[in-house]
Ligand binder design. Structure first.
Ligand code: NAI
Length: 480
C-alpha cells in the first residue's frame, strides 16, 4: 500500500488529502500538523474549516484510509510521498519584509523530514512558494540525507476556498513539475498515478520544476489582475454614469476575455492573492526587473485604493462623519461559503470606519466574534502565521460588537455595509431593516448583491460599486 503523509492540515492540506483518500482507497493518507487543536478538530464532528461538501468526504474516509495526527515524525518516516502544505506567509521582518515569502515553516518541515527519514522519499511542494524553492529544499535534504534519495516535485494547488471540494473533484488541471532526470521523471509518474485515479490524463500537466512553481504565482497574479482591472473601471463608471455590471458583461462576452472573475467589488481578499503577488514582485526585483515588479505592484495598489475609496464613500455620504454612528457590517469573510477572514477587505473597511470613530456591529454566518476581534487587533501580515504561534487573544476593540443575526446588527444603525456576498443577504427583509434604522438610512453594497432600485423604493440611500450614483451621493464631496 502506498503511504502518503501531508504536513500541514490547513485549508489546502485537509481538503486535498481528504479527496485523495476518497478517490484512492488503496492509498493510506495521514495528515499531520503541529497544531494540537487543529488536529483535534479534524478528528471531531466540528471540522476546523467550513467548506461545502467537506464533512461528507471526511466522514467517508476518516479512520479507514484517512488519518489526522500530531505524530508528525512517525507518519513522515513511514510515508513514500510527503506533501508539504504548510503556510508560506509574507515576511514581517528583516530582508524582504512586507514582500518576500517567509519560508520558516517550510524549512523546518524540510529539516524534520531529513531528520526522521529512513527510506527514499518523494517530497511534494503543495504550498505556494517562490520560484527556485525546490532547489533550496533539495539542498537541505541532500546535505542531511544519510544516503537517502529525495525527489522534489512541485504540485501547486489551484483550489478556491468555498468551492474546494468541487475544484478537487474536477480540477481544470493538475500541475506536476519535476527534475528532468530519469529519477525525476519516475517521481513525476508516481504522483501522476495518484491523480490519475480520478483526473483525466489530458488534465494532468507535467513541466520542469521552475515552470510549475512560477505558474502558481502567475495564475494568482492574473486572477487578481482581472479583479483590479474591473475595480479600476468601476471607479470610472461611478464618475461617468456607466454601469460596471453592463460594462463587465459586454467586455466578458468577448471569448478572448471570457465572463468569469469580472465582478466589481470592495476588493479581493483571501490568504493568497496579495501575498503571492508581493512574492512575485520581490522575485522580479531580485532578478533585476523593476519594471515588471512595478507592473504587478499596481494590482495591489488598485485593490487598496478600492477599499479606501469605499470607506471614503461611506463617510462622505453620511455628512462627512461617522463619529459615534452605528454602522452595521454584513459579512466579514473574504468571500461567501467560507469562514476564512485572512486579508478580507472587511478588515481594512472596518479599520477605516473605526478610524473615523464609528461604532460597528458585525454579522457573518460563519465567522466568530473571537476571530473578528483578533483580525481587527492584528498587524498587517501577522495573520498568516499559525494561530497557535500568535499572541493570546488581544484586547477586544470596544467599538465593535458581533451579533449572530443580520436584523440585530442593523437595528438602530445609520448605515449598512455589505462586505461579503453571502446568498442569505439577498433574501433579507430590507423593509423591516429600514424600519428599524436611523434616517436617512444608507446601504453601501460592496459586493453588488442587492437591487439598488428596489431598496431606493423602500427609502434607502444606496451606493453600489460601479453603478450610477444615487442623486444624494452626487451632491456629496468627491471621493478619492
Ligand atoms: P493554513 O495556515 O490553513 O495551514 C497551514 C498549516 O501548516 C497550519 O495548520 C500550521 O499549523 C501547519 N504547519 C506549519 N508549520 C508546520 C510544521 N513544521 N509541521 C507541521 N505543520 C505545520 O494554510 P493554507 O491556507 O492551507 O495554505 C497552505 C499553503 O497552500 C500556502 O502556501 C498557501 O499559499 C497555499 N495555497 C492556499 C490556498 C487557499 O485557498 N488557502 C489555495 C492554494 C494554495
Amino acid at each position: 500500500m502506498v503511504k502518503i503523509c501531508c504536513i500541514g492540515a490547513g485549508y489546502v492540506g485537509g481538503p486535498t488529502m481528504a479527496v485523495i483518500a476518497l478517490k484512492c482507497p488503496s492509498i493510506e493518507v495521514a495528515v499531520v500538523d503541529i497544531s494540537v487543536t487543529r488536529i483535534a478538530a479534524w478528528n471531531s464532528d466540528q471540522l476546523p474549516i467550513y467548506e461545502p461538501g467537506l464533512d461528507d468526504v471526511v466522514k467517508q474516509c476518516r479512520g479507514k484510509n484517512l488519518f489526522f495526527s500530531t505524530d508528525v515524525e512517525k507518519h513522515v518516516c513511514e510515508a513514500d510521498i510527503i506533501f508539504v502544505s504548510v503556510n508560506t506567509p509574507t515576511k514581517t521582518r528583516g530582508l524582504g519584509a512586507g514582500k518576500a515569502a517567509d519560508l520558516t515553516y517550510w524549512e523546518s518541515a524540510a529539516r524534520m523530514i531529513a531528520d526522521v527519514s529512513k527510506s527514499d522519499k518523494i517530497v511534494v511542494e503543495k504550498s505556494t512558494v517562490p520560484v527556485k524553492t525546490a532547489e533550496a529544499i533539495e539542498k537541505i535534504l541532500t546535505h542531511n540525507s544519510k544516503g537517502i534519495n529525495y525527489q522534489i516535485l512541485s504540485n501547486p494547488e489551484f483550489l478556491a476556498e468555498g468551492t474546494a471540494i468541487e475544484d478537487l473533484f474536477s480540477p481544470d488541471r493538475v500541475l506536476i513539475g519535476g527534475r528532468e532526470t530519469p529519477e525525476g521523471r519516475k517521481a513525476v509518474q508516481a504522483l501522476k498515478a495518484v491523480y490519475a485515479n480520478w483526473v483525466p490524463e489530458d488534465r494532468i500537466i507535467t513541466t520542469n520544476l521552475w515552470s510549475a512553481e512560477l505558474s502558481k504565482l502567475a495564475a494568482n497574479a492574473f486572477l487578481a489582475q482581472r479583479i483590479s482591472s474591473v475595480n479600476a473601471i468601476s471607479a470610472l463608471c461611478e464618475a461617468t454614469g456607466a454601469n460596471v455590471a453592463e460594462v463587465a458583461y459586454a467586455v466578458g462576452k468577448d471569448s478572448r476575455i471570457g465572463p468569469k472573475f469580472l465582478n466589481a467589488s470592495v476588493g479581493f481578499g483571501g490568504s493568497c492573492f496579495q501575498k503571492d503577488i508581493l512574492n512575485l514582485v520581490y522575485i522580479c526585483e531580485c532578478n533585476g526587473l523593476p519594471e515588471v515588479a512595478n507592473y504587478w505592484k499596481q494590482v495591489i495598489k488598485i485593490n487598496d485604493y478600492q477599499k479606501s475609496r469605499f470607506v471614503n464613500r461611506v463617510v462622505a455620504s453620511m455628512f462627512n462623519t461617522v463619529s459615534g454612528k452605528k454602522i452595521a457590517v454584513l459579512g466579514f469573510a473574504f468571500k461567501k461559503d467560507t469562514g476564512d477572514t485572512r486579508e478580507t477587505p472587511a478588515i481594512d473597511v472596518c479599520k477605516g470606519l473605526l478610524g473615523d470613530k464609528a461604532k460597528i456591529s458585525i454579522y457573518d454566518p460563519q465567522v466568530t466574534e473571537d476571530q473578528i476581534q483578533r483580525d481587527l487587533a492584528m498587524n498587517k501580515f501577522d495573520w498568516d502565521h499559525p494561530i497557535h504561534l500568535q499572541p493570546m487573544s488581544p484586547t477586544a476593540v470596544k467599538e465593535v460588537s458581533v451579533t449572530w443575526d443580520a436584523y440585530e446588527a442593523t437595528k438602530g444603525a445609520h448605515g449598512v455595509c455589505i462586505l461579503t456576498e453571502w446568498d442569505e443577504f439577498k433574501k433579507l427583509d430590507f423593509a423591516k431593516i429600514y424600519d428599524n434604522m436611523q434616517k436617512p438610512a444608507f446601504i453601501f453594497d460592496g459586493r453588488n448583491v442587492v437591487d439598488p432600485e428596489k431598496l431606493r423604493e423602500i427609502g434607502f440611500i444606496v451606493y453600489s460599486i460601479g453603478k450610477p450614483l444615487d442623486p444624494w451621493l452626487k451632491d456629496m464631496p468627491a471621493v478619492a
